[in-house]
Design a binder for this molecule. Structure first.
Ligand SMILES: [Ca+2]
Length: 298
């Protein structure tokens, strides 16, 4: 064989396998996520695409959501240069309600799933969105829903003795209430000394500031017996962990993600504000959580 042709052939084979490698790696990464949206691929000002962001109750793509979020450029974006944002102009109950269709359905079997996102709440007229101190004023905000599955990451205040002008977050297993231990409090909701093992705390859930991005990671270990687990990290800090619990009621099949179910319940009195989200992810790959920066202190 001609020496040039031989080296060209080797080069071509090398290049082809490199391409194959890159393709496999890219495909593996995409295939690993059950859902991911980071607002980078659409022009600023574009309403959230439908699918995957549907109004509730579920409507087909021709019925546009009246209160859809928008893709917007944001120099503070925690990922890339754009985020997605909702403007809340007046007190609302559930008008922002969005159902979010998975890119592919997670499997109903024992395994670890991670629901992660960056979120930010901006006040418009100086008034806080939720009440601080005692009392309830919280959102049913980021949910994962299915037949026998409902886990909710709430924002606001659930009788948490919050400092002035701070909000917090907590978990619930609304609808199914498979673990009443999550719902007790001895002055603080969750983080009870005995209930949130082994990361129990004598103090409140993490107090969060307005006008700042926060990184949230929710781990759901799916189990229909008492071998499941839920863990919540906020800005890189593990703030809740319940192990040895049932997390799904049979059949425990996944259906969708959900955003902004209720706002500032039970008063429904939130003043005008902005709510922004970036890099909304549902995956079974812990490495994605690490690589995309959800665990960095903020
Ligand atoms: Ca982004």
């Amino acid at each position: 064989m001609h020496p040039h042709r031989s080296s060209f052939a080797r080069l071509a084979v090398g290049f082809a396998s490199l391409l194959l490698c890159a393709f496999q790696s890219a495909f593996a990464q995409v295939a690993a996520d059950y859902f991911y949206f980071d607002a980078e691929s659409l022009p600023g000002g574009t309403p959230l695409p439908q699918p995957p962001f549907f109004p509730n109750p579920w409507k087909e793509p021709s019925a546009q959501h009246p209160k859809r979020g928008k893709v917007v450029a944001d120099p503070t974006a925690p990922q890339g240069k754009q985020v997605f944002r909702w403007e809340v102009a007046a007190p609302r109950t559930t008008e922002l309600f969005h159902e979010v269709r998975f890119a592919r359905l997670p499997e109903a079997r024992v395994k670890d799933y991670y629901y992660a996102f960056f979120v930010r709440f901006d006040r418009r007229d100086g008034r806080d969105i939720w009440h601080d101190g005692e009392g309830d004023s919280f959102d049913k905000a980021f949910e994962v829903i299915g037949e026998g599955i409902r886990w909710v990451i709430h924002f606001g205040n659930h009788a948490m003795r919050l400092p002035k002008h701070r909000f917090s977050c907590h978990l619930s297993n609304a609808s199914y209430h498979l673990n009443r231990t999550l719902e007790r409090y001895d002055g603080f909701y969750q983080n009870h000394d005995d209930l949130s093992r082994p990361h129990s705390s004598q103090h409140n859930s993490i107090p969060l500031e307005y006008e700042k991005w926060h990184a949230v990671v929710f781990k759901l270990k799916w189990a229909t017996d008492n071998t499941g687990e839920v863990v919540l990290w906020v800005n890189g800090k593990k703030v809740l962990a319940y192990q040895g619990i049932q997390t799904a009621k049979p059949p425990g099949t996944f259906e969708r993600l959900q955003l902004w179910g209720t706002i500032a319940q039970p008063g429904y009195d939130a003043p005008p504000h902005l709510r922004s989200v970036d890099a909304l992810l549902f995956t079974d790959q812990w490495q994605r959580i690490v690589d995309l920066g959800y665990l960095k202190a903020r």
